[in-house]
Design a protein around this ligand. Structure first.
Ligand SMILES: [Zn+2]
Ligand SMILES: [Zn+2]
Length: 419
């Protein structure tokens, strides 16, 4: 089969400032051309997009992919059905082995691109000192030293650095000021995302104070607007205030941001705290949206990828953001942030964008029904009208702070990497 042509869709690409009708040509997993009247050649497949919008595939930088012991059986498939093409999984319990395990999942076949954060406490859980940890995460630590001080597992040692950042979580462990200082030093020197569990505004204020200007990302920021640790509106106001610091970023969970205010099983905002969050989006104090899913799970009520597309569209309906800004919150904005922190330009040039040369991660949106009509990962349609397409279940790649790996870990023992 030849290329795929998406014909006549209304294309919204915030990274290129495009809002208008365009055709799009996909070739060999990449976006080959964006233009008008692209002609099909023999063997090409054409998708009529004239009733749909074309967005970059959603980049959900907070989506738990199986890092909660599969309390959901369906995470990545649901995510694909809901238009997510890249997910980063912030398991607070993830050890140094987690990247290798995710690599094995990629080998088994995943329909979307996936990456992991390590649990913050686990980052401190070896004999490596801070400078050695920084060398590890930069990919510069010698194998001998890994064997001596990190682990006696070849896969752990080879792949530990292929993460995206770390996740601090006050529901799993409470860190001392000294430990937090170490984590700031390691993340800021090695280009890892430092994501924190936001819920108790006092906890977040302490973390920001200890940051001394180093980057901190307040995970699920609007959980502070759910009244579990402080009055809801006050809590929301407090953490939005923290997000005004130039080194502090936030993210809002789509489920809690919708008019229904959240899930019964998880957390719910109040109308007043929700309004604070909408104002913060409107004023660009927070410009990233996440699901904090996983779907169809118990004990995980913060969010769900099913709310991503409806939330983006409803923010436009309610006049909070224009369409381009709303789409950017789950495409170009998280990618810009990831590129800034990790120093890896691929995040900005090849993800969260529909520009020529980017990976063909594309969402064809049925705006009437507020759902993904097609989800395309690396040029392969992985979902159609809410149904996962098994034949393309290998489309996803493994992503990290170094960019994209097309293979997982299965073939690693075949080669020497000592060169
Ligand atoms: Zn959390
Ligand atoms: Zn989470």
């Amino acid at each position: 089969m030849g290329n795929i042509i998406l014909r006549g869709g209304y294309l919204i690409d915030p990274s290129e400032n495009i809002c208008g009708e365009r055709d799009l040509l996909i070739s060999d997993g990449h976006i080959e051309e964006v233009g008008f009247d692209i002609q099909a050649e023999k063997g090409d497949r054409v998708i009529d997009c004239s009733h749909y919008e074309l967005w970059p595939g959603l980049v959900d930088m907070h989506l738990h992919v199986a890092d909660l012991f599969e309390i959901s059986t369906n995470t990545v498939y649901c995510a694909a059905q809901d238009g997510v093409t890249t997910a980063l999984s912030p398991g607070a319990g993830n050890t140094f082995m987690a990247p290798a395990l995710l690599g094995a999942e990629t080998d088994r076949g995943l329909p979307i691109n996936v990456g992991v954060y390590l649990g913050a406490l686990n980052v401190l859980g070896s004999q490596l000192d801070d400078e050695e940890l920084i060398a590890l995460f930069k990919g510069e630590l010698k194998d001998e030293l890994k064997w001596e001080k990190l682990s006696h597992n070849r896969f752990t040692n080879s792949f530990a650095q292929y993460c995206i950042g770390l996740k601090e979580h006050m529901g799993h462990f409470l860190l001392t000021d000294e430990q937090i200082e170490r984590l700031y030093h390691i993340t800021s020197e090695s280009g890892l995302v430092f994501m924190s569990h936001t819920q108790d505004p006092e906890h977040s204020a302490r973390l920001v104070e200890l940051s001394k200007g180093r980057q901190i990302h307040l995970g699920h920021t609007n959980a502070a607007g759910c009244g579990t640790h402080a009055e809801a509106e006050e809590g929301m106001k407090a953490v939005i205030g923290l997000c005004k610091h130039p080194n502090v970023t936030g993210e809002f969970v789509t489920t809690m941001l919708r008019r229904g205010l959240g899930n019964l099983e998880g957390l719910k905002m109040t109308k007043a705290s929700r309004q604070r969050a909408l104002d913060a989006l409107n004023e660009k104090i927070v410009d990233i949206l996440v699901s904090d899913g996983q779907n169809q799970s118990t004990m995980k009520g913060f969010g769900d990828t099913r709310d991503n597309i409806p939330c983006i569209l409803e923010l436009v309906e309610e006049g909070v953001l224009d369409k381009s800004a709303a789409v950017a919150a789950m495409t170009s904005n998280p990618c810009r942030y990831l590129a800034e922190v990790t120093g890896c330009d691929e995040w900005k040039c090849k993800y969260g964008t529909l520009r020529e040369g980017a990976y063909a991660n594309i969402l064809i949106v049925d705006t009437e029904n507020k759902r993904a009509s097609y989800t395309i990962t690396n040029g392969e349609p992985v979902s159609f009208e809410g149904r996962y397409i098994r034949g393309h279940g290998y489309a996803g790649n493994w992503v990290s702070r170094f960019g994209t790996s097309r293979t997982g870990v299965g073939d690693a023992p075949m080669y020497s990497t000592d060169n």
